[in-house]
Design a protein around this ligand. Structure first.
Ligand SMILES: CC(C)(COP(=O)(O)OP(=O)(O)OC[C@H]1O[C@@H](n2cnc3c(N)ncnc32)[C@H](O)[C@@H]1O)[C@@H](O)C(=O)NCCC(=O)NCCS
Ligand SMILES: Nc1ncnc2c1ncn2[C@@H]1O[C@H](COP(=O)(O)OP(=O)(O)OP(=O)(O)O)[C@@H](O)[C@H]1O
Length: 197
């Protein structure tokens, strides 16, 4: 039997770092942000429809994320249009992952899991969380977004408190050691359940 665990959390809360910890425990991970990178790349399935909607976002045959962020900052409705184009294209990528997966626990790292109703297809959901100041400091330290761009993205996401309330597991990402211990606990609990199923 295969267990599907959704992994979600607001921007910069530590999803990617925590997803790697699940890989270290032998889980296989489908990463929605990485899938977006694949469809945006030259030759990717998003390039044609994105060119039609936002010609200025195409640079060297690929969707350019810097250009997209400028477009989103100038037009608050642009992100919705992008989602309408991109989200259906991720379905094939995700189906390919499932068809090739062999691990007992499959982790779906999806920032907008609750927002898109994707939690319905999961056996359980884990949410990464840390205090708002740490979240902002971590995102701005990456140097890929301005404070305004960060606030705009955060406002479009379900509040952290609501995500935590809806999740089966909350992983506090205050330190790497603490997060890893929580991941190991979750994996042990799920594997014990699989053995007894
Ligand atoms: C907004 C974009 C240009 C920012 O690119 P950038 O490389 O700076 O950031 P990255 O892609 O790593 O995303 C960082 C985080 O932003 C948040 N985020 C991204 N897209 C969205 C969105 N549509 N709504 C709310 N939050 C979002 C997530 O928490 C994500 O983990 C990019 O994320 C994008 O094109 N988003 C639209 C596609 C989408 O909906 N992706 C979400 C995964 S399903
Ligand atoms: N448990 C942790 N302890 C300390 N630092 C952490 C922890 N988890 C993540 N971080 C740090 O926080 C930053 C953001 O982490 P990460 O990229 O994993 O977040 P994310 O949720 O995937 O981000 P985004 O939603 O923007 O894609 C990184 O600099 C990472 O090193």
């Amino acid at each position: 039997m295969t267990f599907k665990l959704g992994l979600t959390g607001s921007i910069g809360m530590g999803k990617s770092t925590t997803a790697q910890m699940f890989r270290d425990e032998g889980c296989e991970v489908w990463d929605a942000d990485a899938a977006v990178h694949r469809v945006y790349a030259a030759g990717g399935s998003a390039v044609g429809p994105m060119r039609a909607a936002f010609p200025q976002a195409i640079v060297d045959g690929a969707v350019d994320r810097g250009a997209l962020k400028t477009i989103i900052a100038a037009d608050p409705t642009a992100l919705k249009t992008i989602e309408t184009i991109v989200h259906p294209l991720l379905k094939q990528d995700r189906a390919d992952f499932l068809a090739n997966a062999t691990a007992d626990i499959l982790v779906y790292d999806i920032p907008l899991l609750f927002e898109t109703g994707g939690n319905a297809g999961m056996d359980a959901v884990a949410c990464v969380s840390v205090d708002a100041q740490t979240q902002e400091a971590r995102v701005l330290a990456r140097g890929t977004m301005t404070a305004e761009q960060f606030q705009m993205i955060r406002e479009k996401q379900m509040p952290d408190a609501e995500k935590r309330a809806r999740a089966d597991y909350v992983i506090v990402t205050d330190t790497l050691e603490h997060a890893r211990a929580q991941v190991q606990n979750i994996v042990s609990t799920i594997r014990a359940g699989l053995r007894n199923a």
